[in-house]
Design a protein around this ligand. Structure first.
Ligand code: 2M8
Length: 436
């Protein structure tokens, strides 16, 4: 381990700390992002446990009363980012505790709390906190099930915006985005003033992203958008991380004594319905995820509106490994594909595999390497016993930081750091990964 890199990673978290929450990077992303913050909290835990818990608590401050957790929480004002809280129509709205966006992100809050608790040397200190949090966590996961499960008992969740999937401009969204009209209002992007436009989504993509925001702002409900579109997909990042987080949620229920076995059932009816809803849903996911299996050896994304596969091989396709949703045989096939995918680029795993149409080695989610996703896939491979591939991913990813420091993402051919610099989840993932 390089002591110098470690100090650099720590300094990034400290510099991006805004007092209770961490921005992904200064200027480009000046607010709190849901899944960034959870990953960042895991990094904080390697140096300051209390600060790590606080990071997650700041996400929970943004939770709406119906359980929804937004993908951006605008704790403070900043003119550096577009679209801000005014564009999302969330300023001064009664039901929105802190101005925020109106879509969510990979729902990993329970995963975050569980991992902090699991590795804490001060478990007795944090147990009451988990007890207090549990109802709100349940509510969040049940919100997803109630609002995004299109067909009863499908066990699959629809995502209604590319931003929600976290993999904004992945080529897998090119086809479904064709059905989305362009936003007609005027606006000025801020991101391309800060990062080279060749590393960011195109203006045409932004026009479509904003059209969906406009629909949400003018009253379309999450449920309606999931059912009717214009964009509704089964994204494997959301589905897998939801499932993994529910496994952790049940562990939290277990340690807090709130699992509600038969004898407790009568004493707390609301918990009972939460737990059974979540457990039933998880069981359905375990069965129906296999409908997304592609005979080329991986899980594929699905367009819910045209009811057809979106077969791009992207990093998300391999996240069912992290959630333990694959069979042993499927895991072995995915291990082969990952091994090949690693060989096709100089640094990897890339967000989009190099043999896929639309692959671009330096453009955001179309081919660059992202630390946190690679860490999750490596953990998944370890779960299935593919230790060597996991180690290869680690080496191939970690050397990017040796080469170029902590960037948002890295060109999968040249290894050059791209997007925002001094990036929180990259530094955090490095801190966590170098320890294991
Ligand atoms: C990127 O997305 C935001 C919109 O949410 C943007 O480009 O403005 C994505 O990489 C997303 O996954 C990430 O959470 C966010 C902040 O790092 O940036």
């Amino acid at each position: 381990m390089s002591e110098q890199l470690k100090q650099q990673a720590i300094k990034i978290l400290q510099d991006n700390d805004r007092g209770g929450y961490t921005v992904p990077t200064a200027k480009l992303y000046p607010f709190q992002w849901y899944w960034d913050s959870v990953i960042t909290a895991l990094g904080w835990q390697t140096l300051d446990e209390e600060r790590a818990w606080e990071e997650l608590d700041y996400i929970m401050k943004g939770q709406w009363s119906d359980g929804f957790i937004p993908h951006i929480i605008f704790h403070q004002q900043s003119d550096d980012y577009f679209p801000g809280p005014d564009f999302w129509g969330s300023l001064g709205v009664d039901d929105i505790p802190i101005p925020s966006s109106r879509i969510s992100q990979p729902p990993i809050i329970a995963l975050g709390y569980w991992r902090l608790y699991e590795s804490s040397p001060n478990k007795e200190k944090y147990l009451p906190k988990l007890q207090e949090l549990l109802p709100k966590l349940y509510q969040h996961y049940v919100w997803w099930i109630e609002n995004r499960q299109l067909n009863a008992a499908s066990g699959l969740l629809a995502s209604i915006h590319p931003w929600e999937t976290g993999m904004d401009n992945s080529p897998v969204w090119d086809a479904p985005l064709q059905q989305v009209p362009a936003y007609q209002g005027g606006y000025k992007r801020k991101d391309t003033g800060l990062v080279d436009a060749s590393e960011r989504p195109t203006n045409e993509q932004y026009d479509k992203y904003l059209h969906i925001v406009e629909l949400l702002k003018s009253g379309s409900s999450n449920k309606d958008l999931a059912q009717q579109g214009p964009f509704s997909v089964y994204d494997l990042c959301i589905i897998s991380l939801f499932h993994a987080s529910c496994q952790d949620l049940l562990k939290i229920a277990e340690v807090t004594g709130m699992t509600l076995d038969e004898e407790q059932v009568s004493s707390d009816a609301s918990y009972t319905s939460y737990i059974s809803t979540i457990k039933d849903f998880m069981q359905q996911t375990e069965e129906n995820i296999h409908k997304l299996w592609n005979d080329k050896g991986y899980f594929q994304t699905w367009d819910c509106l045209s009811d057809s596969p979106l077969p791009h091989k992207i990093s998300a396709c391999f996240l069912p490994l992290y959630a333990g949703l694959a069979t042993e045989e499927q895991a072995a096939k995915m291990n082969d594909l990952i091994t090949k995918g690693l060989a096709d680029v100089n640094f990897g795993i890339p967000s989009t595999f190099a043999d896929e149409e639309g692959y671009e080695s330096n453009r955001y989610w179309r081919g660059p390497v992202w630390f946190h996703i690679n860490w999750l896939i490596a953990q998944g491979l370890i779960r299935y016993g593919f230790i060597n591939t996991a180690e290869k991913i680690k080496q191939s990813t970690m050397q990017l930081a040796d080469k170029d420091g902590f960037w948002e993402y890295y060109d999968s051919q040249t290894g050059k750091g791209c997007g925002g610099g001094s990036f929180s989840w990259t530094a955090a993932t490095w801190l966590v990964w170098q320890k294991i």
